[in-house]
Design a protein around this ligand. Structure first.
Ligand code: NDP
Ligand code: 2IT
Length: 444
């Protein structure tokens, strides 16, 4: 059996009930097959793949907190420190009821290659909790965040492990987490990114993932002879990534006509009103029904459906496995040109394969959504320097990083005879740097 197949079998056996982690490992190792087969003897001897797919360290802890009625709740907290070959562990925290160790491991594994692709010195990690911030008061969210950090602070630090936001963790949560870290450690350091601007946050971090997704998409289209201006887009999600993807798409002359949340979706043929979407989601923390109520041109539909709309570009920006084979078939039938992932692993393996086989340009999340973590690394640089940069400086660096990621993935794919396969290209380009660093540092 080939080394790749052996290691895939091994992780499935050793990590049962973690389908998302299996999926992420399969996607990466299948892409790397050509590189691994060329070095199979040495990699086997060094147990390189076993070291790559096993986190360096993982923490699981109890998070007790008291709600506004005095009732005590107990959630589970996680932090997976996956790989520190090229820098301190870096990756977000996800607060969502679906969180379990398999989800955090899939996200942490993806983060290794994504962070490598940014060209910045950051290793891979991820954490979170099955806590649901939805419907909680600010005080309840604060109580949870303080309890979560009371355990987490032992394992993190500005040069060790630097968490940030993800689903359910935005500026409010990062603020509470930072306050408790500072109180417990007595250190005013850049231990979290995505901080508020008044306490060490970076300009453009809020916008970075969505903006970066569009910079990547624009470059991918341009290199395939296509202008993004005038293209219609289906966007899923209505959170941090989706909102700023919609905003940048409009700035580049494209027309996003959908967004969604966990209860329903909007079709707005006039184009999404970003100011209204921000008001509904960022200020009121309300459902999309409020968007539809305030916008005569918008239709609201219950459930799932953004991929049934006839558009040129599809930008999944909500969550994992939200775009399946049936959705891919709808998109192809509607002559979609490109699918670019804003979320982490939003497209199933079958759907990705179908899209690529049908000639659709496909941008994998670990490349196209890397602008968020890249700008987090820029926030770390500003914190270390103790000097903030302007919005324009950060945004210009973000644009350069995203364009470079596209070309590094494109070049790696070409080098191995997979021209136009950005999944293979991104995985190979991300892997090469990490392996080089792992080899140089010996068996650790
Ligand atoms: P937010 O919490 O800000 O928004 C998430 C959005 O997706 C919400 O509209 C939410 O709807 C929807 N959503 C979440 N889970 C589900 C689900 N199970 N089913 C249907 N809809 C769902 O998160 P972000 O925008 O930050 O993250 C979105 C994606 O982007 C995630 O995959 C994340 O890992 C990825 N990402 C985020 C980065 C960042 O910097 N924030 C960087 C790179 C990737 P509702 O509110 O109803 O739950
Ligand atoms: O998935 C991701 O890259 C993020 N949620 C952002 C991580 C970060 O450290 O900014």
């Amino acid at each position: 059996m080939s080394y790749v197949d052996e290691v895939i079998d091994l992780i499935v056996k050793q990590n049962p009930d973690e389908p998302e982690f299996h999926q992420a490992v399969k996607e990466v190792l299948e892409s790397l097959r050509v590189v691994i087969e060329a070095n199979e003897e040495q990699f086997r001897k060094d147990a390189l793949l076993e070291r790559l797919v096993n986190p360096e360290r993982q923490f699981k802890f109890r998070v007790p907190w008291v709600d506004d009625a005095g009732q005590v709740h107990v959630n589970t907290g996680y932090r997976v420190q996956f790989n520190s070959a090229i820098g301190p562990y870096k990756g977000g925290l996800r607060f969502h009821p679906s969180v379990n160790i398999g989800i955090i491991k899939f996200l942490g594994f993806e983060q290794i290659f994504k962070n490598s692709l940014t060209g910045l010195p950051i290793g891979g990690g991820k954490g979170g909790s099955d806590f649901d911030p939805k419907g909680k008061s600010d005080r309840e969210v604060m109580a949870f965040c303080q309890s979560f950090m009371t355990e987490l602070y032992k394992y993190i630090g500005a040069d060790t492990d630097i968490p940030a936001g993800d689903i359910g963790v935005g500026a409010r949560e990062v603020g509470y987490l930072f306050g408790q870290y500072k109180r417990l450690s007595d250190l005013y350091e850049g231990v979290l990114t995505g901080k508020g601007l008044s306490f060490g946050g970076s300009l453009a971090r809020t916008e970075a993932t969505g903006y970066g997704l569009l910079y990547f998409t624009q470059e991918m289209l341009k290199c395939n002879g296509i202008d993004i201006a005038g293209k219609t887009c289906a966007v899923s999600g209505a959170g941090n990534v989706a909102i700023y993807a919609i905003e940048k798409a409009q700035q580049l002359g494209a027309k996003p006509v959908t967004c969604s949340d966990s209860t329903g979706w909007i079709y707005d043929p006039e184009g999404i009103d970003v100011a209204l979407l921000k008001e509904v989601k960022e200020v009121k923390r309300a459902r999309l029904t409020e968007y539809a109520a305030a916008r005569p041109s918008a239709e609201y539909h219950e459930g799932k459906g953004v991929w049934t709309v006839d558009v040129d570009l599809a930008l999944p920006c909500a969550t994992q496995n939200e775009l399946d084979l049936e959705d891919a078939k709808n998109l192809v039938a509607n002559n979609v040109i490109a699918v670019a992932e804003g979320a982490n692993m939003p497209t199933t393996l079958e759907a990705t394969k179908y899209l690529q086989e049908n000639g659709i340009l496909f941008a994998p999340g670990k490349a196209s959504n890397a602008g968020g973590v890249a700008t987090s690394a820029l926030e770390m640089a500003q914190n270390s320097q103790r000097v903030p940069w302007t919005f324009e400086e950060v945004d210009a660096k973000l644009q350069t990083i995203m364009v470079n990621i596209f070309h590094n993935a494109d070049d790696a794919a070409k080098r191995y005879g997979f021209e136009g396969d950005y999944v293979v290209g991104a995985n190979i380009a991300g892997f090469e740097k990490v392996v080089d660093a792992m080899n140089a540092q010996g068996i650790v």
